[in-house]
Ligand binder design. Structure first.
Ligand code: SF4
Length: 365
């Protein structure tokens, strides 16, 4: 019979053991004193907690804070989100990136309204059946909002556990994930699972940092195997990152006499940000920036006139460099290309971040 990962590692673990109880106490006491004052920590409303968890996926806390309040003012509850217009929803999400999160949020909100009477479900199975909700998000929302004892393992928790228990397994593999889940389950407080989960994540986010962990300030340093063995740098074992891909684009800023700018819709076949609006854009091998005769952007009648500068943007492993040109239309074909939008209107439209960056650059010239 296959041994549990914990026994294969040679560790003995029991949730009621003195060691687990003491560690839990220290961590919860530390969290009480040192937790950051974040807007989603002032509520037990599952809707608000769920929105914060989705926004925090792949986005830093500081970047999320301004969007979180604005989003909740526009869509204060599940029903408002379920009934929102898609363009309005994408506009409220604009700048946070990974827009499938917003679409899934709305899909799930509609399911909550139709299947669960507008209340975020309490059962893990029902929560996991909602769009965009995986094991981590389900456990986070249910433990924080309803106090259901489910362990969470995100990147921060994985790092802390790897160091506490000197776990050498590749934490991205199914075996590695299973080991982490077992440790998180053993440590979890049955009485205060929401606070405990947040405490472990908070420790990883503010003290047990990836590069320079602040061990002297850590409440768990007396229990941490990596610290006691002076081997913190060895954990977690480093994972190979995929190499970044550099890509170049030219973007055309075309203004009419009234200060409106021509935007075009993202193609329906686009991998990212379907439903968004952007400047006319073309991927190129190299950019001719000598500012001589106007160059065509493509066959659609747009002429690039003058290079205004460059902006950079990263999407997953794609490093994009966008050369921004002042441009004009070659012939009167504007109506079929896209629409003319004033700067004021852009706030209410889902406009790509690249376009916002390019326009800021163009307007500063
Ligand atoms: Fe992380 Fe250092 Fe604390 Fe260990 S002692 S959990 S390495 S901060």
């Amino acid at each position: 019979m296959k041994q549990p990962a914990s026994q294969r590692l040679g560790h003995t673990r029991k949730s009621g053991s003195g060691c687990a109880i003491a560690l839990r106490r220290k961590l919860l006491a530390w969290y009480d004193r040192h937790r950051r004052d974040l807007p989603w920590r002032k509520t037990r409303d599952p809707y608000r907690i769920w929105v914060s968890e989705i926004m925090l996926q792949q986005t830093r806390v500081q970047a999320v804070i301004p969007y979180y309040g604005k989003f909740l003012r526009s869509f204060p509850d599940v029903t408002a989100l379920a009934g929102a217009d898609e363009q309005e929803l994408l506009a409220a999400w604009s700048g946070l990136g990974y827009y499938s999160r917003a679409r899934n949020l709305q899909k799930a909100a509609r399911a909550i309204v139709t299947r669960h009477g507008g209340q975020f479900p309490r059962g893990p199975e029902e929560a996991l059946a909602l769009a965009g909700i995986g094991t981590y998000t389900a456990a986070a929302v249910l433990s924080i909002a309803y106090g259901i004892p489910l362990p969470v393992v995100d990147g921060n928790v994985a790092r802390v556990l790897s160091r506490l228990f000197v776990l050498l397994a590749d934490l991205r593999t199914p075996t590695g994930k299973q080991i982490l889940l077992e440790w998180a389950t053993v440590l979890l407080s049955q009485k205060h699972p929401g606070d405990f989960n947040q405490a472990l994540m908070e420790l990883g986010a503010t003290v047990c940092l990836p590069q320079k962990p602040q061990c002297p300030a850590c409440p768990l340093r007396g229990d941490c195997q990596a610290f006691l063995r002076n081997q913190v740098a060895k954990y977690p074992p480093s994972a190979k990152k995929p190499s970044p891909v550099s890509r170049r684009f030219t973007a055309a800023v075309i203004l009419d006499g009234k200060g409106n700018c021509l935007l075009v819709p993202r193609p329906a076949s686009a991998r990212w940000m379907k439903g968004f609006w952007e400047l006319p854009l073309r991927e190129v091998d190299h950019v001719d920036d000598r500012n001589h005769d106007p160059q065509p952007l493509s066959e659609d009648g747009i002429l690039l006139e003058k290079l205004l500068g460059r902006v950079r943007h990263t999407i997953t492993t794609n490093k994009l460099e966008i050369s921004v040109f002042r441009a004009r239309l070659k012939r009167r074909a504007s109506s079929s290309l896209g629409k003319w939008v004033s700067l004021g209107e852009m706030d209410r439209l889902p406009v790509t971040t690249i376009t916002r960056k390019a326009l800021r650059l163009a307007l500063s010239k």
